[in-house]
Design a protein around this ligand. Structure first.
Ligand code: GRF
Length: 217
């Protein structure tokens, strides 16, 4: 069966890109990366794409006078590569409503919190400041509002009393690396539909039947 063609959009280190590269290396995985795009020419993630032999392209937003022109170029690159699903992975540009609409239900993002809580940047510092016991990560379909859209996969991560943002981020990142390949697999294997702006997942999904309680009793 044909594998779903992905684009992964990055701006930085690309560890989620790496998790997707590794998932796609398995010939039984139902997706493949057709294109990596970075808006930053020096993003370390580009080296990961090159090392994996994945086509990579830099589209520098600073080279365009208007956001619309940058996004039109991005859109053209995605279409040219016959991309079917766009995965934002640490892509630090907010996409315009027209772009989100053009790629509606074919554009997903990963965010390091349990959305809809803690949208935006400095997530882990805000989580610690708020004193919540459980945080995590979310893969969601993208809508025009930031960190908004139908939720596809989430994982919970316990917050320790002595956590700092760096340590917490590292544990959440491990969860991200499990969630993103899972989310793509669910879409690529046809298990996902969106009903009334909620994701419905059908068919066999082996979710762990554990309950996370923090602190443990
Ligand atoms: C991740 O924490 C992701 O949730 C957020 O940006 C970070 C990207 O990290 N959107 P990496 O570039 O994938 O390592």
């Amino acid at each position: 069966m044909a594998r779903l063609k992905l684009a992964v959009l990055i701006s930085g280190r690309g560890t989620n890109l790496q998790a997707l590269i590794e998932a796609c290396a398995d010939s039984a995985y139902p997706a493949e990366i057709a294109l990596v795009v970075s808006n930053q020419g020096d993003a370390p993630g580009l080296q990961r794409a090159i090392a994996a032999g994945v086509p990579a392209q830099v589209i520098n937003h600073r080279a365009f006078a208007a956001k619309q022109a940058f996004e039109a170029m991005l859109d053209a690159a995605l279409r040219n590569a016959r991309v079917e699903l766009v995965c934002l992975a640490g892509f630090m540009r907010i996409l315009s409503p027209w772009f989100c609409e053009r790629w509606r239900d074919r554009l997903i993002n990963i965010h390091p919190s349990l959305l809809p809580a803690f949208k935006g940047l400095e997530t882990h510092a805000k989580v610690i400041e708020a004193g919540v016991r459980i945080t995590g990560c979310t893969v969601h379909f993208v809508r025009a509002a930031m960190d908004d859209g139908p939720i596809l996969v989430q994982a919970a991560v316990a917050v320790a009393s002595d956590d700092d943002p760096v340590r917490l981020a590292a544990r959440v990142l491990e969860a991200e690396h499990r969630c993103y390949p899972l989310a793509v697999r669910l879409i690529a294997s046809g298990h996902v539909r969106i009903d009334n702006e909620r994701v419905v997942i059908s068919g066999a999904v082996d979710a762990p039947a554990t309950v996370l309680i923090n602190p443990t009793a």
